[in-house]
Write a protein of this length. Structure first.
Lengths: 156, 157
């Protein structure tokens, strides 16, 4: 695991270590089972067309979960995720499969973020972050924000 | 009710009313399958032996996981059914979510989720006349502590 990030290590503008993800039709099926969201919008071509989105789309909640991983990876075991929010603004379309395991060539998504503010409150060292998922074109399809408490090197 | 509004008087009456209470068991295997579906190898969410030796003492649920089927899953589906019954449009999209994490959630926890409609709004979007409903869900654990609050936006058009 990466070295523990501390309150003293970050300032407004500090970049959160980016996380790459490739959404595939296989991954959406796995997500449907693991989350219990069986909406055919995410696996049935005809249904997705009838719903007006063209083709099956990536679950918003999966992109939200990616952003959760972005934050928990970054804050490490000693950090505490206090708030996380995101909006599902743009549709994302998964890569289709070439083999049982391997996706076709296509888009890679990046979860990214940066610190916007840090402050101490109620004995906690809090850091606000702007976070987002961007598609292969660099468009932020899933913008959001997070609030974390980080450990400090200062002695109490 | 305004001319052509999607928000019926009957729907307005549902705002602030507790619609549903559901009990979730947070199972170890369900946590592991959820972490695998995210593609998150964090041992806190995957390895019970590792996690039991941390301050959390048990396999921890990734943020937003409250047991299978997931959080907004059941409560939101039932909420959606209630909305359609009172005249809201049947085409639905997930608009986004906000979580406030108060205490850790982990394997073995039993959570009681209570859902209510916090807010309803409508505006014209690229989808046409569109309704935005904010569903507030409060999760209380087996010790009676509030561990998580969430606000999900449901888009109907």
């Amino acid at each position: 695991m990466a070295k523990q990030v501390c309150y003293e290590d970050v300032e407004a503008g500090t970049e959160i270590t980016p996380l790459a993800k490739i959404a595939t039709t296989r991954m959406l099926v796995q997500w449907a089972g693991a989350s219990g969201d069986f909406n055919p919008l995410h696996y049935d071509d005809d249904f997705a067309k009838a719903m007006g989105v063209g083709a099956p789309i990536v679950h918003g909640a999966l992109k939200r979960a990616w952003l959760g991983q972005l934050m928990t990876d970054w804050i490490g075991e000693e950090g505490k995720l206090k708030k996380l929010s995101c909006q599902y603004r743009g549709m994302d379309y998964p890569r289709r499969m070439k083999t049982m395991e391997e996706p076709r060539d296509g888009e890679t998504w990046w979860c990214k973020g940066k610190v916007t503010k840090k402050y101490e409150q109620g004995g906690e060292h809090l850091v606000e972050c702007e976070i987002w998922v961007e598609n292969g074109k660099g468009e932020k399809t899933t913008p959001g924000s997070a609030l974390v408490a980080l450990p400090t090197r200062k002695r109490k | 009710m305004a001319e052509g509004s999607l928000i019926t008087d009957e729907l307005r009456k549902l705002i602030g009313v507790t619609l549903d209470t559901i009990v979730f068991k947070v199972e170890e295997g369900a946590i592991q399958r959820y972490a695998q579906a995210i593609g998150d190898p964090n041992p806190l969410f995957n390895d019970p032996d590792f996690a039991s030796k941390t301050k959390y003492g048990r396999l921890l649920a990734p943020p937003g996981f409250t047991g299978w089927p997931v959080k907004s899953g059941r409560p939101t589906e039932r909420l959606f059914a209630s909305l359609v019954r009172v005249g809201a449009p049947a085409r639905i999209l997930d608009g986004g979510v906000e979580f406030e994490f108060i205490e850790p959630i982990g394997a073995g926890d039993v959570l009681t989720a209570t859902t209510k409609i916090a807010k309803v709004a409508e505006r014209e979007t690229s989808l046409g006349k569109t309704m935005f409903t904010t569903a507030e869900v409060t999760f209380v654990n087996q010790k009676g502590n509030v561990v998580l609050k969430s606000w999900a936006t449901i888009i109907q058009f």
